[in-house]
Design a protein around this ligand. Structure first.
Ligand code: CMP
Length: 228
């Protein structure tokens, strides 16, 4: 059964360590932010004064090179937190956050975050845990860029998106990523042509079925083996 918005927010790292009463006090102190598909919440290089938790929708975090090429660091969904790096390591935003679909967020100002962390040390442990997880994942992505081929990275990206957004149905795992082919390529760190070729190959093998802005994983085992 789908989680309610409240349950989703409760899973965000700011909230997991809190009891229900503290969690609802924190929730009440956060500001609701709505952004439409395609709208940018903040840009790489901006100064940051708040962090965000996704309640509904999807966002992408991206960086761009001097010559305008784009790389996607992550696709965020309900329960994900972002925008905390410029708080813990004061400096400009390290990525641009853009809505992939209409989205609803909660925001908390930096000084409020510091207040919560100071009053509830267990909250900082959760935040550290989340940062460590992200570093682990980033190391993996880095290793894959060096060691894995493009089809391997595409397979892995689909599995990752599937873990986050996948819905199990009779014929397979529906991964509604809502990304364009260009965005998928930016997430994998390869050209659109090579990523399309890999997807076409997976389709021919019967591992996936492509739908507009979604992939249906038909053979989970083979696909995950390819992504390992
Ligand atoms: P901040 O730098 O304030 O704004 C951009 C946010 O993107 C950053 O905080 C992190 O929350 C998030 N972010 C940066 N790098 C990564 C990454 N490699 N993976 C996932 N999220 C990231």
């Amino acid at each position: 059964m789908a989680l309610t918005n409240e349950e989703v927010v409760r899973k965000a790292p700011l909230f997991t360590a809190l009891d229900d009463a503290s969690a609802s006090t924190l929730r009440a102190s956060m500001k609701e932010v709505k952004i439409n598909k395609g709208q940018t919440l903040f840009k790489e290089g901006d100064s940051g004064d708040r962090l965000f938790v996704v309640v509904e929708g999807k966002l992408k975090l991206g960086t761009s090179s001097g010559d305008g090429r784009e790389n996607l660091l992550s696709i965020l969904g309900p329960g994900d937190m972002f925008g905390e790096l410029s708080l813990f390591d004061p400096g400009p935003r390290t990525a641009t956050a853009t809505a992939v679909t209409d989205s609803k967020l909660l925001s908390l100002a930096n000084d409020q975050v510091i207040g919560w962390v100071t009053a509830h040390p267990e909250v900082s442990l959760q935040l550290l845990g989340r940062l460590a997880q992200r570093l682990r994942r980033t190391n993996e992505v880095l290793a894959d860029l060096v060691f894995a081929d493009v089809p391997g990275r595409v397979a892995k990206a689909i599995m990752d998106l599937g873990e986050k957004f996948g819905v199990k149905k009779d014929d397979g795992l529906y991964v509604n990523h809502d990304l364009t082919q260009e965005e998928l390529a930016q997430l994998v760190g390869a050209s659109r042509e090579t990523v399309n070729k890999a997807l076409a190959d997976f389709t021919t093998r019967g591992w996936v079925r492509l739908e507009p802005r979604a992939v249906v994983v038909l053979d989970y085992e083979r696909l995950s083996k390819r992504g390992r």
